[in-house]
Design a protein around this ligand. Structure first.
Ligand SMILES: Nc1nc2[nH]cnc2c(=O)[nH]1
Ligand SMILES: [Zn+2]
Length: 475
């Protein structure tokens, strides 16, 4: 679906749910949210049950001809999800990891797959599929790692822009001999040249960075020589670009970093020394950081992407999210496909809650994350990680309409005529209160419940269940 059609003023009518703080979820059962032609939220009204649409239009001057999109059935509007860390070229490997851990997983599954993106045709097939897939799960903003290939990386940015998904797109920089000869940058110079070429291309297709932005992407310390890390730090500074990399994911990786960089006393210090810890840096994993490392990251204002499904699948560990939050870190969620086994942030909301409970079993109850906290990480937390906290992640006047319509359907006894339950896995019997409905979605919903998705007011995904706008009603 192209995202280029003009949009008209629209009133989104029905229940809406969003985070107002880390611990509080607002559930407004009878809402009306006005979104202007630029996709910006112009008004948010609550308790409009007894006002007809005409009354809402009358009291908001200039909205007489607005279209109306209503939630049907057991549905609600929810902010679009932010995926703060994923690898688009690894999507064909989703679910494939066996019993590997990070370093052998990279060699066995990841590098061979990524190397094949020298073929633009293959990249086109997989990237189109993955962007559609993440949109169908309600992901409206995504921080993508591509591969070392400039044409394929640029194509990923083209696809995100055409489909209307907000994205940070990074050409992966990796020149050390950790990577096989068939898949690495020839030298620091060629890596720098290629990363700059991709930054310039992405800025040329979206000069204001409204939908797609480049991001400097040194894969992780073991993949880069010291001069390569420094070059990436300088590049990000000179081009005022975001940075993404991995940190402290796996104990063998950390030992490897200590061997490779003996002059630095920690993994964090390696990145700090090379100018890679800035307020625009996204650090994935942060599972095994020391208190001193966490303090440095906090001081630099760098952000953390928690990837719970990945950390469980490739057995990296349980990231101490409660500690990170208590210390004031900015934390969002990442799917980390295909270390992570699922492209859905909703799945990672659940996984982050499960990981926190396993940590609670080993430490104390305080480690447990609530449903509200996990949903905050998936939306407002993620928005802050990618530097979009003023624009997306919640429904407030002045923010942009990045949203998903959730439909839970109605329970029936026999499914559909062919025996399937086409409305998805959530059964709502009618007696549930709104908190219970949201919890049912969080713990057992999936993409069948995400019937429509908007970015900046544009419809970027819909299922057959979405009824669309009622059209411009007469005043
Ligand atoms: N999970 C994960 N960790 C990494 N560390 C370096 N590269 C990767 C990657 O592709 N995935
Ligand atoms: Zn990753």
């Amino acid at each position: 679906m192209a995202a280029s059609a003009p949009i008209s003023k629209t009133i989104y009518l029905g229940p809406f749910v969003h985070s107002t703080s880390l611990t509080e979820l607002e559930i407004s059962e009878q809402g009306a949210i006005g979104v202007d032609e630029k996709g910006v939220i112009a008004f948010v009204e609550r308790d409009v049950a007894h006002d007809g649409v005409d009354e809402i239009k009358r009291r908001n001057q200039g909205w007489e001809n607005a279209e109306v999109v209503s939630v049907e059935g057991n549905g609600f509007f929810f902010p679009g999800f932010i995926d703060t860390h994923t690898h688009a070229p690894q999507h064909p490997n989703t679910g494939l990891f066996g019993k590997t851990t990070l370093l052998d997983w990279l060699q066995t599954y990841t590098f061979p797959m990524e190397a094949s993106f020298a073929s633009l045709q293959k990249a086109s097939t997989i990237y189109r599929n993955f962007v559609s897939r993440t949109l169908s799960h309600g992901t409206t903003t995504c921080a993508y790692y591509a591969t070392i290939h400039v044409p394929a990386t640029n194509l990923l940015a083209d696809i995100c822009l055409a489909r209307g998904q907000r994205a940070l797109v990074g050409r992966v920089c990796m020149n050390s001999d950790l990577s096989p000869e068939y898949y690495r940058d020839e030298s620091t110079e060629t890596g720098l040249r290629d990363s700059l070429e991709s930054i310039n291309y992405i800025r040329s297709i979206d000069p204001a960075g409204e939908i797609v932005k480049p991001i400097v992407t040194p894969r992780f310390a073991p993949s880069c020589t010291p001069d390569c890390l420094s070059a990436m730090g300088r590049l990000a500074k000179e081009t005022d670009t975001h940075i993404q990399t991995h940190i402290s994911e796996n104990v063998n990786e950390i030992a490897f970093v200590a061997e490779m960089f003996p002059a630095q006393d920690s993994y964090t210090h390696v990145y700090d020394t090379h100018g890679l810890l800035t307020p625009k840096t996204i650090l994935a994993h942060a599972v095994h950081l020391s208190p001193e490392e966490r303090a440095t990251i906090k001081q630099r204002g760098s952000k953390i992407s928690h990837c719970p499904a990945s950390n469980t699948a490739i057995t990296s560990g349980c990231a101490p999210v409660r500690t990170l939050l208590d210390e004031g870190h900015t934390v969002g969620l990442g799917t980390d496909v295909s270390g992570g086994f699922h492209p859905s942030i909703l799945e990672n909301v659940r996984q982050c809650i499960w990981v926190s409970r396993h940590l609670a079993l080993q430490t104390s109850d305080a480690a447990k994350l609530s449903t509200e906290e996990a949903l905050y990480l998936a939306t407002r937390g993620g928005a802050a990680v990618v530097g979009l906290e003023d624009k997306v992640g919640a429904f407030e006047v002045g923010m942009e309409w990045d949203a998903q319509m959730i439909s839970l359907g109605t329970a029936n006894e026999e499914g559909c005529p062919d025996g399937a339950f086409e409305d998805g896995p959530v059964d709502v019997f009618g007696w549930e209160n709104w908190t219970e409905k949201v919890e049912k979605w969080v713990y057992s919903g999936d993409d069948r419940n995400t019937v429509a998705v908007w970015v900046r007011g544009r419809l970027v995904h819909r299922t057959g269940k979405f009824m669309g706008a009622r059209g411009a009603a007469t005043p």
